[in-house]
Design a protein around this ligand. Structure first.
Ligand SMILES: Nc1ncnc2c1ncn2[C@@H]1O[C@H](COP(=O)(O)OP(=O)(O)OP(=O)(O)O)[C@@H](O)[C@H]1O
Ligand SMILES: [Mg+2]
Length: 652
């Protein structure tokens, strides 16, 4: 079929002057979604095979339309009886068609085909004008992410509303460019939508410089996620034992105690008195009356009231053999309070900050010029990660629900396989539950997910399958490819075969926010905005001795404090060489901030309860004093010894 009689019908698609149309081959085989073509010998002879490389979009001009197809695979044709190879074969995935409306004369690209190519029809390369028609949709809010690999004059655009409203995923092996793509995509979205509400879960503190002053950085020290904002299940997950039978007993106790603690606080605030002046009996009497406060209401309560109420309930027990769960709860609460890594849960006990402030900061309400908050989880213990992600995600869901979709929120889950694992035995139940719920129902409420992972096979499967746009970067593991294949929409899975060969910063984009799957060379992200995840420079660092005493002092200080930022100031984006004074100041700070010692005999002693360096020095001085005094006056020596013991127990 000649292309000339189509020229009038498809007049709007004019090839540009520099473009040279080449007949690539002829249809040999055609099915409902794939066609096989034999590539013309002239193409092979003229070294033009790159016009038909994998991922390239070609056209077949039929009597009614231009059928658009993508090269999925290439192979050498079968040999004849003399052993001569029959050229080259390409398998095409039929994607859609360009047609001209007879009445309006408007030429447009549509997914799916009504007019299939027939055997023997010619296949051509696409002109830039045709590619533009396919990939650019006028009048829709789009962001530019890069250029088409096939033709770098064509800008690769992604439709923002489709991207956000139905979740998206960025998948690829380590170092393929996922985090840079996250930064690139979010920057582009926020350039156009400066009043957005984005929360980025950042487990490695990679993004601290990626959004300049448009990001609110929240780290372990500045995070305020009080226990009272947790719902009952989340509270139990933090406070109760992991042993099922024990957890059941503890949950029952907490059920009663938390409700009382909430009402106690509520009454104390209503009366303008302090909580201890409100009678516990009055609260108990009220328990059965209906009030607006339920177990899950985000109403403040004080942890010291919880401890008091547990004591109170313990006192009422007739049988002392039932004390164990009460004691376990008290021990667990005490050890969590004493653990500096959990300060984000127990800070501001004396005067809880209002929910508006807590939620407002995380979800940027009001935006105040910072539409994105980066939650740096690097200092948060991995056992607390579940709680933080599930509480923040649930808050997003509640906010969107109670605002009746007026506050759409995007949650970006970096390293999602860490806290949304497929393997249930790894825990993270609350997180898995709320993220799956958002994946399934979030669209209706305006909560969107961006799932970023290098191990799709380890990810909770329903989450990935709910993502309707997938940026698939280089992915070498076959098992991972199979999971992406299952999640990729509309039969484009064939195109995944070349994922292992994609370059860094190169991606295939599939799904609802693009007209066709496209192979894209992503825009270059300026060095100053790149997430700092660069690999260690072995050959550079192994040529000189970098383990100076100052560096090692800083390393162990951070290790002991379980924080990259033991002094409490914002984390430096570039590691600085610490001075001894810096380290001393950090030590003093830490000592000043040190929580009260856990009760004597507490079962759980965290690493941070070990004596600090300053404590060891004071102990050494006291020991020297005790030794000197012992020689002079034995009585004074025993006084110093008791001081020493008390200093040890308080861990100074
Ligand atoms: N769009 C881009 N612009 C500039 N450089 C890029 C881009 N994409 C990737 N790179 C380069 O590739 C490196 C690795 O990228 P990135 O950190 O995004 O990989 P990753 O897939 O997130 O790796 P990991 O799984 O280990 O977190 C970057 O440090 C950067 O040098
Ligand atoms: Mg990364």
């Amino acid at each position: 079929m000649s292309t000339t009689n189509q020229a009038g019908r498809l007049a709007a698609v004019k090839p540009q002057a520099a473009f040279k149309q080449v007949e690539i081959g002829r249809i040999r085989n055609v099915g409902s979604s794939v066609a096989t073509i034999s590539i013309n010998k002239s193409v092979i002879r003229n070294n033009q095979l790159q016009l038909a490389q994998i991922g390239t979009i070609l056209k077949i001009v039929t009597s009614k339309s231009i059928v658009v197809a993508m090269v999925g695979s290439l192979k050498i044709g079968s040999e004849d009886e003399e052993g001569m190879s029959d050229g080259c074969l390409a398998q095409l995935n039929i994607m859609g068609e360009i047609t001209t409306n007879e009445t309006t004369r408007e030429t447009k690209f549509f997914r799916g085909v009504r007019s299939f190519p027939v055997l023997g029809e010619a296949v051509y390369n696409m002109s830039p004008a045709e590619l533009t028609l396919i990939f650019n949709r006028e009048g829709e809010a789009c962001i530019e992410v890069g250029r088409l690999q096939q033709d770098n004059s064509i800008i690769a655009k992604v439709r923002v509303d489709d991207l956000l409203s139905k979740h998206f995923a960025i998948i690829g092996s380590t170092g393929s460019g996922k985090s840079c793509t996250v930064a690139l995509v979010l920057q582009a979205i926020l350039n156009e939508n400066p009043m957005g509400h984005v929360v980025l879960f950042d487990p490695h503190n990679e993004y601290s410089r990626s959004f300049g002053n448009r990001a609110e950085a929240i780290d372990q020290d500045s995070l305020d996620l009080p226990l009272w904002i947790f719902d009952f299940v989340e509270t139990c997950e933090l406070l109760c034992s992991e042993i099922e039978d024990q957890a059941r007993e503890e949950t029952e106790i907490l059920h009663d105690v938390l409700l009382k603690a909430k009402r106690l606080y509520d009454r104390s605030v209503q009366n303008g008195e302090i909580s201890s002046q409100v009678k516990l009996d009055d609260v108990e009497a009220e328990l059965h009356r209906s009030t607006h406060i339920t177990l899950d209401s985000p109403v403040p309560y004080r942890i010291r009231d919880v401890a008091k109420l547990i004591d109170h309930d313990m006192g009422k027990l007739e049988n002392s053999s039932n004390l164990a769960p009460y004691k376990r709860l008290k021990r667990r609460i005490a050890s969590l309070i004493a653990d500096p890594r959990y300060q984000f849960v127990f800070k501001n006990q004396a005067s809880p900050r209002p929910i508006e402030e807590i939620v407002g900061r995380i979800f940027r309400l009001p935006v105040n010029g910072k539409p994105i908050s980066c939650l740096d989880f690097s200092g948060i213990p991995s056992e607390a990660l579940n709680i933080v992600v599930s509480v923040v995600s649930r808050l997003a869901f509640e906010l969107a629900t109670w605002s009746e979709r007026k506050l759409p929120i995007l949650l970006v889950c970096e390293e999602a396989h860490r806290y949304i694992p497929r393997d249930k035995s790894l825990g993270f139940n609350s997180t898995r539950k709320i993220i799956s719920r958002i994946a399934k129902e979030g669209r209706k409420y305006g909560v969107s997910l961006a799932i970023v992972s290098q191990r799709p096979s380890e990810l909770e499967p329903s989450t990935l399958s709910q993502c309707s746009t997938i940026f698939s970067m280089r992915l070498s593991n076959e098992l991972d490819q199979n999971f992406v294949r299952a999640a990729v929409p509309d039969g484009a899975a064939e195109l995944l075969s070349f994922l292992p060969s994609l370059g860094t910063a190169e991606t295939m984009v599939f799904g609802e926010s693009v007209n066709l799957p496209m192979r894209v060379i992503l825009n270059n992200l300026p060095a100053e905005y790149r997430p700092h995840s660069s690999s260690a420079k072995f050959t550079d660092l192994w040529k000189r001795d970098v383990a100076t005493p100052q560096l090692m002092e800083k390393v162990f200080e951070r290790w002991r404090a379980r924080s990259l930022n033991p002094g409490g100031q914002s984390a430096p984006s570039v590691p600085v060489t610490p001075t001894v004074q810096d380290t001393r100041a950090a030590l003093r700070n830490r000592v000043a901030r040190a929580p009260a010692a856990p009760p004597h005999g507490s079962a759980m002693r965290s690493g941070s309860e070990q004596p600090s360096e300053l404590a060891l020095q004071v102990r050494q001085r006291l020991q020297a004093k005790a030794a000197a005094a012992a020689q002079e006056r034995p009585q004074a020596a025993s006084a110093v010894k008791s001081m020493l013991n008390s200093a040890f127990h308080k861990n100074i």
